[in-house]
Design a binder for this molecule. Structure first.
Ligand SMILES: Nc1nc2c(c(=O)[nH]1)N[C@H]1C(S)=C(S)[C@@H](COP(=O)(O)O)O[C@H]1N2
Ligand SMILES: [Mo]
Length: 246
């Protein structure tokens, strides 16, 4: 099996176990995720269960006050790389631009250089990146809040249902419900542990969204587009859970 298939198989098994059990999984927390084995896919009949769980998670358990735990500097762990979809080796950082499409627009309305992003109010947090495979790493992340960026450059887009992001080559995509995207800990991140992001971690700009699993923390963002319909999502397109909240 390819690495991709392996992650997919592991992921679907855990997605079923965690999200199929709904609120219990959310309340039970991370350690709960690592138990149980056996399922290889999500049957269509379970899709409904997952969607119900999503509405429970969004309506009842999720709110702005629901913050992911933050850690002390002494807790920062060794970096670990996972996933290289959309991280083309020929990528040229010098010509990279972030393109933004506000809600209702068909084309990007604006492009940003990394220096323009770096000039925005800087926020840092030390949080845990949780891969659906069952491991996690505590890292320090620096960047600008996606909510701040949106308020400034796409005002009004907050009411869109979703924000979609893609790598410059469009190989990796994520779709995120706007409440999670506007969460105060959600960052457009350009530094990891006090140093500019390395290529494998998504240079020059990645998403850090500690209220979601690693899969939604897209590395090397090329485009951000607000939309009312669910945008494409690499893992959800393969049949896995769209919401992917913790
Ligand atoms: N572009 C891109 N972003 C990605 C991935 C990927 O394959 N390509 N993998 C995701 C997964 S599954 C995880 S767990 C995290 C890992 O982030 P890290 O390599 O910085 O630890 O990146 C996420 N973002
Ligand atoms: Mo992951």
């Amino acid at each position: 099996m390819s690495d991709l298939q392996k992650e997919a198989a592991k992921r679907s098994r855990r997605a079923f176990l965690t999200l199929g059990a709904g609120a219990v999984g959310v309340i039970g927390g991370w350690s709960w995720l690592n138990r149980g084995k056996g399922l290889t896919g999500i049957a269509p009949a379970f899709r409904k269960v997952l969607d119900v769980d999503e509405s429970i998670a969004r309506g009842v358990l999720f709110s702005e006050s629901h913050l992911a735990p933050e850690f002390a500097a002494a807790d920062i762990q060794a970096m670990r790389v996972n996933g290289s979809e959309g991280l083309d080796e020929e990528f040229d950082g010098a010509t990279w631009r972030l393109r933004l499409t506000p809600r209702g627009a068909k084309e990007p309305s604006r492009e940003f250089t990394i220096d323009e992003i770096r000039a925005l109010p800087r926020v840092e947090h030390i949080t845990s990146l949780k891969c659906i495979e069952g491991w996690s790493v505590v890292q320090k992340w620096s960047g600008v809040r996606l909510s701040e960026f949106t308020k400034k450059f796409a005002p009004g887009s907050e009411i869109a249902g979703y924000v979609g992001m893609a790598t410059p080559d469009e190989e990796y995509t994520v779709g995120i419900d706007t409440p999670s995207a506007m969460h105060p800990q959600t960052l457009l991140c350009y530094e990891m542990n006090g140093k500019p992001l390395e290529a494998a971690h998504g240079a020059p700009l990645r998403l850090v969204i500690p209220v979601k699993y690693g899969v939604k923390n897209i590395k090397r963002i090329g485009t951000i587009a607000f939309a009312d319909q669910r945008p494409p999502d690499f893992w959800a397109n393969l049949g896995y859970d769209y919401y992917c909240g913790l």
